[in-house]
Design a protein around this ligand. Sequence first.
Ligand code: F6R
Length: 237
Amino acid sequence: MKVIIGSESEIAKKAAAQYVKLLVNKPGAVLGGATGSTPLGLYAQLVKLNKEGVISFKDVKTFNLDEYVGLDGSHDQSYRYFMNTNLFDHIDIDPANTHVPDGINTEKAAEYDGMIEAAGGIDLQILGIGVDGHIGFDEPGTPIDSITHVVELEQNTREVNSRFFRSIDEVPTHAVTMGIKTIMNARSIILMAIGKSKAEIVKKMIQGPVTTDVPASILQLHPDVTVYLDDEAAALL
Ligand code: F6R
């Protein structure tokens, strides 16, 4: 794992530079998307670079990691809505080329890996990390060979995410998520972590043993992972 440490804005810019390099070489790249607070700075950079004409998403396809079960794209806490409002609505991407797992027709989860493969596979996957080490919604214990599937969310994950809902009761109990294998199939991966709440799990991910108890530690086995950390998230390394 390559580890890059800087301020929140520095790491957003450095991660964005990795996208520029990819898209200049491969304008039809396939990008894996994530939601949550962590990639917001990166997405703002990508919007800026697109407006400045440095990069285009005209031929890009995207596949997001996950979606809550029961929320459709018009729900303001759905991950489809998040992607539209934080990225897709502001760049020159064809909406038909953007994919988020279907949180309503969950039986379609089984088709998602095939769709990614048919598009040529993910060139660059962005990930955040949960305080319990989850990536996507692959919680501790998720098998290493898992593909896109429905998961029951850990109580702790629901509590952490309840900050976006009126109350914890409104946080869905299940999600559809790419599996560990789906994520590991990406040709390159960026994982970003920001803030002191992530410091302990970041240490386990990078310096601890590879174990399904810390799903992100499995990334140690991937040949092309770059971890971008702000100073607080890197504090225990
Ligand atoms: C989001 C996702 C999650 C988040 C993680 C960190 O699509 O898959 O794994 O990346 O929960 O969330 P934030 O960035 O809000 O701390």
